[in-house]
Design a protein around this ligand. Structure first.
Ligand code: ZN
Ligand code: ZN
Ligand code: ZN
Length: 147
């Protein structure tokens, strides 16, 4: 008996209701109402949250593009190369997708950019000498600004 592996692919769709932006995440039960912070930052933060709460050893990761029949890119290219995290923005910036994607698929996907893995929470909270004041927020919030 095996537990299904978590799929490391998330899609966020932005919509507007009554002048208010909301975003719907493929992994979350209900849409979130955007706050006043820049929308792009909120979405990146949201992705970072999923990444850090869905850890998967590198050898268990698969190309999510291939899982979906490589429908995300044309022309069709062979699925090959190391896996990376690929952030894609389509639909005039209203649809964001973050997925484990192989190098072959990643280079064929339009409107996409590889992004680094966010820092592991364990690495962030590594013990530091007590004389040092705590670092200001080095969590996923900082990772997202690097995009
Ligand atoms: Zn979500
Ligand atoms: Zn593909
Ligand atoms: Zn692939």
């Amino acid at each position: 008996m095996t537990t299904p592996l978590p799929a490391r692919v998330w899609t966020v769709t932005i919509s507007a209701t009554a002048g208010r932006s909301t975003f719907t995440c493929s992994a979350c039960p209900s849409p979130a109402v955007a706050s006043d912070a820049p929308l792009a930052r909120q979405i990146r933060r949201h992705f970072a949250h999923h990444l850090t709460t869905t850890p998967l050893p590198a050898h268990l990761r698969i190309c999510q593009c291939r899982e979906y029949g490589c429908a995300w890119h044309r022309p069709q290219v062979p699925c090959s190369g190391p896996l990376r995290l690929l952030l894609t923005r389509t639909d005039a910036g209203r649809t964001w997708r973050l997925a484990d994607t192989c190098l072959g698929c990643a280079s064929a996907t339009p409107h996409a950019a590889p992004v680094p893995e966010p820092p592991r929470p364990s690495a962030v909270s590594s013990p530091t000498p007590v004389s040092e004041p705590p670092e200001p927020m080095q969590g996923p919030g900082e990772w997202v600004e690097a995009l």
